[in-house]
Write a protein that binds this ligand. Structure first.
Ligand code: MN
Length: 419
């Protein structure tokens, strides 16, 4: 992560806050205002980075591609990169057996939050030969205790359930501040245990792992919290702000006990601002290749974006090269099937800039006839994060086919000026 921060610094993209800042509301407030990457030098004496991958520009820089090629790159890469086991790591520069989470710059973000939250902690777990790495929000409930929101039926939830059914503790290591490619890979739905392989493939170089004292293997990072998830203990977790910027409900969730903390000298903590641009991108971007591949099965897809206005989760714009009449509607159905949380989708032609909301609106304004081009699908499964979702979890989905009528294509031609 330090190399990436250095890269951002050299290209003048980072805001550095040198004066002392409180971890309670003040640092998150600054990160929200600035939007781009912010490096705090003194959050109660500790360093922290926020908005690290806050825009598609940073994501493109991380992947080494142009911004409009991110999805194509993510669609091509297979989770089969190389993993190398090493014995030593700079992460072990400082070993702390006296665990005190309150000494880390773990922030409290919003007024009604249940407590301070670790928001960029990759929970690496291993049980009976299976491993998983994924980000979970972690609420600090004591100096060595966290409440973890384990969403069913994700991999950590499954491994914990499996261990708990035999009365076993699930060993975990929570990785904070690693190579952003690894952080990004851990937010992607790849087959069980393939996150680090996927990161290696994205990076085009092997990922090195070392073993923690509890046996869990992790990549080099600024900070690693070692411990286990308790098989039975549960506590109220929340409220916490999710991608829509509204409060998610309080649930009974498992407890993580932290037994040891290892970190680099003068570590840089990584925090993701809830509902901030980095959170939205991490939640949304991994779904874009899924939609892209699904639509490619029914027509020629050019690009896909989950828009910021739609919380990078609920709204998609799908760009196709329309081949036959009806392609737009087939693209709508494929998009809904591939990302079940998707609520509204607009399908556009290749002359529309899908990253420009005005251009998308232009397509809706000039290429849609409501009774023919709008599909309404009722009583389908929606997102638990949609505040307007019904109590039974179903919702109504709307697809808008804003593509040209092929037979009258010339009527839709956008005038250009000669060079
Ligand atoms: Mn997984």
């Amino acid at each position: 992560m330090r190399d990436f921060i250095e890269q951002l610094r050299n290209s003048g993209k980072i805001t550095e806050i040198k004066n002392p800042v409180s971890k309670e509301f003040e640092a998150p407030r600054i990160a929200k205002k600035i939007q781009g990457p912010v490096l705090f030098h003194d959050i109660e004496g500790k360093k922290a980075i926020m908005n690290l991958l806050g825009t598609r520009d940073e994501l493109a820089a991380m992947l080494g591609v142009r911004k409009d090629m991110i999805i194509q790159k993510l669609s091509e890469v297979q989770p089969d990169g190389e993993i190398v086991m090493v014995c030593d790591s700079p992460t072990m520069e400082v070993v702390n057996e006296q665990v005190d989470l309150y000494r880390l710059p773990i922030m409290k973000h919003f007024a009604k939050d249940g407590g301070p939250y670790i928001t960029a902690g990759i929970v690496v777990s291993e049980y009976e030969g299976s491993m998983n790495a994924s980000i979970h929000r972690l609420m600090v409930i004591g100096k060595d205790k966290l409440a973890a929101r384990l969403v069913p039926p994700r991999h950590t939830y499954i491994l914990h359930k499996k261990a708990a059914s035999k009365g076993d503790k699930l060993p975990v290591a929570i990785v904070i501040g690693t190579d952003p490619v690894i952080t990004f890979a851990s937010t992607t739905r790849v087959p069980l245990g393939k996150e680090f392989h996927y990161a290696a493939a994205l990076r085009g170089a092997p990922v090195e792992l070392f073993a923690c004292s509890n046996g869990v293997r992790v990549p080099h990072a600024e900070i690693v919290l070692e411990g286990y998830i308790d098989p039975v203990e549960r506590v109220p977790e929340g409220p916490f702000v999710d991608i829509t910027g509204t409060y998610d409900e309080v649930r009974q969730e498992p407890v993580v006990h932290i037994t040891r903390i290892i970190h680099r000298k003068d570590p840089i903590y990584h925090g993701i601002l809830p509902a901030g641009p980095e959170h939205l991108l991490m939640m949304g971007v991994p779904y874009e290749p899924k939609i892209y591949r699904a639509v490619s099965e029914v027509t020629t897809v050019k690009n896909v974006v989950l828009t910021e206005g739609g919380c990078c989760y609920l709204h998609a714009v799908v760009q196709i090269e329309k081949q036959t009449e009806g392609d737009g509607k087939n693209a709508i159905m494929a998009a809904f099937a591939s990302h079940t949380s998707l609520k509204h989708v607009v399908v556009v032609d290749e002359d529309i800039d899908i990253f420009d909301p005005k251009d998308v609106e232009f397509a809706i304004a000039t290429r849609v006839k409501g009774d023919m081009d709008v599909m309404i699908i009722t009583n389908v499964r929606g997102s638990s994060l949609d505040p307007r979702g019904a109590a039974d979890g179903t919702t109504t989905k709307i697809g808008i086919d804003a593509t040209k009528v092929l037979k009258q294509a010339e009527m839709f031609e956008r005038a250009t000026m000669p060079e």
